[in-house]
Design a protein around this ligand. Structure first.
Ligand SMILES: [Zn+2]
Ligand SMILES: [Zn+2]
Length: 137
């Protein structure tokens, strides 16, 4: 799928790992996105990026990338791992269903998501994944 930021300076081509998007309600994602973060996963080898990208190291484990010209959020990526790309960059992602939510018990009221998809609470997620104390405050 082909995508781009709001101003078009950054272009991304990616083959997603699955045709679905996940959601994260951790405090860092809430703050970064405005309320919740949606992500389409793609292996690093399946992502091509052109244009200048700025990154912000949001934790010792991960960086978040954005376009320095228009500010569009592009991805979050744990070091050396797959990309979690912002679905809004890609018109082809517009019909991707929600695969699962993490930090579901931390969701703002305005983005509590209906449906029977899998949900992990903060405790459930942090029991099974690396995380940074304070990142999810
Ligand atoms: Zn841009
Ligand atoms: Zn998060």
């Amino acid at each position: 799928m082909d995508g781009h930021c709001l101003c078009g300076a950054v272009r991304i081509t990616a083959i997603p790992s699955s045709q679905a998007a996940s959601a994260c309600h951790c405090a860092a994602c809430r703050r970064w996105t405005g309320a919740a973060m949606w992500a389409v996963e793609a292996a690093a080898a399946e992502v091509r990026v052109t244009g200048e990208v700025r990154t912000y190291r949001s934790s010792p484990l991960a960086e978040r990338a954005f376009c320095p010209a228009c500010g569009t959020h592009l991805w979050i990526r744990d070091d050396g791992k797959d990309y979690d790309l912002m679905p809004g960059l890609f018109d082809a992602a517009s019909e991707f269903p929600l695969s699962h939510e993490v930090y579901a018990d931390r969701a703002f009221a305005c983005v509590r998501l209906a449906g029977s998809h899998p949900r992990a609470s903060r405790a459930e997620y942090e029991n099974s994944h690396p995380f940074v104390e304070g990142d999810a405050r």
